[in-house]
Design a binder for this molecule. Structure first.
Ligand code: DGY
Length: 321
């Protein structure tokens, strides 16, 4: 029996490629070349499956040009690179990689919050630049995490993980806003109280963004929302670029309308708004919230499991349609 052909669009763990090769004829991109859309479509010719990461766009144009495609397996929980409706119409299965990254990503969200509120990178740059000549009482004074109010926008599994860390580990008061309210049981478990978005922005000492990106969540935080936040507040975005209006945020940070921000994701990444690169009160990381080797391996294996399941006639493990 001939094996199905698949494309792995980005470089991934060699052991995952080896697993896939047990089931498929695999064309992979282990050199991690940047393909144009036309090159991507050309590589997809004759393929039944594709292993994608969050930067590989699957839309109606790609689907129309690749009629043999049966499954697109994303190695990320976020799937705003997929036009899921178009995939459903084309009869193509879409899968993502949820759950396996929840705790790792929540750890990172908390790390970014700590680094931002306690001005860790700003003070490190100062030290490395040889500017530290004496200690002073208010040097790099930041804001407290323990006992403060954490506002979480987007209360999926990662948001809940961050809530648990804040409430149980740091005695924070946790408030959240989400499309739908959690069950009473989950609210108790996370020690989290549901509030409106405006109340959250006005009362939180730290605002954490963990909501999925969609046209409806585009610029959830813009100039108007930033103006509601406390001048001492911090903002952390581990969700997706585009949820924050980065230009408006850069102005708010430069004018100290809020104290600081921690950003792991950016509008138009890997490009970063140039003003953010020169402002001291922002911690910047290159979309690494889920980046530990065990977690990235689990994400890649889940994408591989989905490809293997669907192309051997079984149900996908984590379907989106
Ligand atoms: C995800 O899984 O969505 C992370 O942002 C990594 O892309």
């Amino acid at each position: 029996m001939t094996q199905p052909k698949i494309l792995v669009a980005r470089a991934v763990f060699p052991e995952v490629i080896a697993r896939l090769e047990q089931h498929f004829v695999v064309e992979s991109n282990q050199l991690d070349d940047n393909w144009t859309k036309a090159q991507f479509i050309q590589k997809l010719q004759g393929k039944q499956g594709v292993f994608t990461t969050g930067g590989d766009r699957i839309d109606a144009e790609v689907l129309a040009a690749c009629p043999g495609l049966k499954i697109c397996a994303n190695m990320s929980v976020g799937y705003n690179n997929f036009d899921v409706d178009a995939m459903t119409q084309a009869g193509v299965t879409a899968t993502n990689a949820p759950d396996v990254l929840t705790e790792t990503t929540a750890d990172f969200g908390f790390a970014l919050l700590m680094a931002t509120a306690r001005r860790m990178t700003e003070s490190e740059h100062y030290l490395r630049a040889g500017k530290w000549s004496k200690w002073s009482f208010d040097m790099f004074a930041g804001s407290d995490i323990h006992g403060s109010t954490l506002g979480i926008l987007g209360m999926g599994r990662i948001g809940q993980g961050i809530a648990r860390r804040g409430a149980h580990g740091f005695g924070m008061k946790v408030i959240y806003h989400n499309r739908s309210r959690l069950s009473a049981e989950l609210e108790t478990d996370c020690k989290a109280t549901y509030v409106g978005k405006e109340e959250l922005l006005k009362t939180a000492d730290h605002v954490m963004l963990v909501l999925p990106y969609s046209p409806a969540s585009h610029h959830t935080i813009g100039a108007a929302e930033l103006s509601l936040m406390k001048p001492t507040a911090t903002l952390v975005n581990i969700a997706r670029g585009g949820i924050v209006d980065d230009a408006a945020l850069a102005s708010a940070l430069a004018a100290r309308r809020i104290a600081a921000a921690g950003l792991d994701v950016f509008e138009g990444e890997p490009k970063v708004h140039p003003d953010l690169l020169t402002i001291p009160n922002v911690v910047l990381t290159p979309h690494i919230a889920s980046a530990t080797i065990p977690t990235r391996l689990a994400m890649a294996n889940l994408a591989a499991d989905n490809l293997i399941a669907v192309l051997t006639g079984k149900k996908p493990l984590t379907p989106l349609n």
